[in-house]
Design a protein around this ligand. Structure first.
Ligand code: GLU
Length: 372
């Protein structure tokens, strides 16, 4: 079971917390960063697509600004993060470049991902980077947001990224081996949990306190696993101090705690889409388009659209109906209502000519479409 879930996983989100990339919270540990880059490049060579979520900006900023300790005031942490992020990306860039692999900086906030247009934009940027075999290095945009700075050390952000890229696996690396039923330092009967459902409520009772360096304790990691499970992503919480931990996980060694997503990826993701969003408009499809959506599971193209109603923007949820007004599907649309009107009935090759810019080929991509 576990082997299947991991062996078949082709898209991983890997999250490394501050304690794994810094020297005791002060300044970056360049050797550690080189080890992460080496392992990630090896995974890439095995055909795995990687998105790295890394913190460490505040810690590096503290070192660069020669502050005696991590500031407690949030605006000072933000300033430190802005300075330190330069060092963090420099370090990753040079370590990945040693292997001839490009890295890309992505700074995101939770709000970016709850806004549907930004969600779709972030999603297409990340998928494009993955297709290009670039490793995206994601951190919270600490200048404008403070959620992870105050609470999570990027745990929740990693889960949102897992939702965003539809990851098969999220590996959350920390300084503990995984989840125990009690604190093993205090309780000899503490049992190690090697597999559990991400939705198992008793996990929260087991969650102990976090390490002092990062913000996120086990509690935020379990919540992150629950969030990732909503889009079908399985989470492994493992000890980042273990030798070549990522390569061991990829080769099937049972390391850490696996928190399983109970639903199949596609179903869960589409449930998530369906549950999150409000309907803004509708489009009438011709019979050919309806057949293609239902029978071949393909994306909706402009050529099959007969009529557009309502006012909607890129990223809104729109209903697709047949000529009699019966709902056939709903999904996240790639264009505004006026743009769809201009494109309807036309072939996708004409998009740039009709709109004056080259947008997506699909009006609704099949990954963002739910049949009714
Ligand atoms: N985004 C922050 C960083 O990269 C989160 C980590 C923290 O709160 O220390 O430094």
């Amino acid at each position: 079971m576990r082997e299947d879930k991991i062996n078949n996983a082709k898209r991983w989100v890997v999250k490394v917390g501050s304690s794994l990339v810094t020297n005791n919270g002060l300044g970056l540990d360049k050797k550690a960063i080189a080890h992460w880059a080496d392992q990630l490049v090896s995974l890439q060579k095995q055909g795995i697509q990687i998105v790295l979520v890394s913190s460490g900006a505040v810690a590096e900023g503290v070192a660069r600004l020669e502050l005696s300790a991590r500031p407690t005031k949030v605006h000072l942490q933000q300033a430190a993060a802005a300075v330190g992020q330069m060092g963090l990306v420099q370090a990753y860039e040079s370590c990945f470049m040693r292997h001839g692999v490009h890295a890309a900086q992505i700074l995101l906030s939770h709000e970016d991902l709850s806004d549907r247009t930004r969600y779709l934009n972030a999603r297409s940027t990340l998928s494009t980077l993955l297709e290009m075999k670039v490793v995206p290095v994601v951190n919270e945009n600490d200048t404008v947001a403070t959620a992870e700075l105050c609470f999570g050390d990027n745990d929740t952000l990693a889960a949102l990224v897992a939702n965003l890229v539809n990851a098969d696996v999220m590996v959350v690396l920390t300084d503990q081996d995984g989840i125990y039923s009690a604190d093993p330092r205090l309780d000899v009967d503490a049992e190690f949990i090697s597999v559990a459902s991400a939705d198992d409520d008793s996990l929260m009772d087991y969650a102990g306190k976090g390490s002092s360096l990062g913000r996120g304790g086990m509690f935020t990691k379990i919540s992150a696993a629950k969030l990732a499970a909503r889009s079908g992503t399985n989470t492994i919480i493992a000890n980042g101090k273990m030798e070549k931990v990522l390569l061991q996980i990829a080769s099937g060694v049972k390391i850490g705690t696996l928190l399983e997503a109970d639903n199949e990826p596609v179903t869960a993701r589409k449930q998530w889409l369906a549950g999150q969003l409000i309907l803004k408009g509708s489009m009438v499809l011709d019979d050919g388009a309806i057949r293609v959506l239902k029978e071949s599971g393909k994306s909706l193209l402009a050529v099959g659209i007969k009529q557009v109603d309502g006012r909607f923007s890129r990223g809104d949820v729109v209903v697709c109906t047949n000529k009699a007004g019966k709902e056939i599907a709903r999904g996240l649309v790639n264009y505004d209502n006026d743009e769809v009107k201009a494109l309807m009935g036309q072939s996708s090759e004409k998009i740039s000519e009709l709109l004056g810019y080259a947008g997506e080929e699909e009006i609704i991509h099949r990954d963002n479409l739910i049949l009714s």
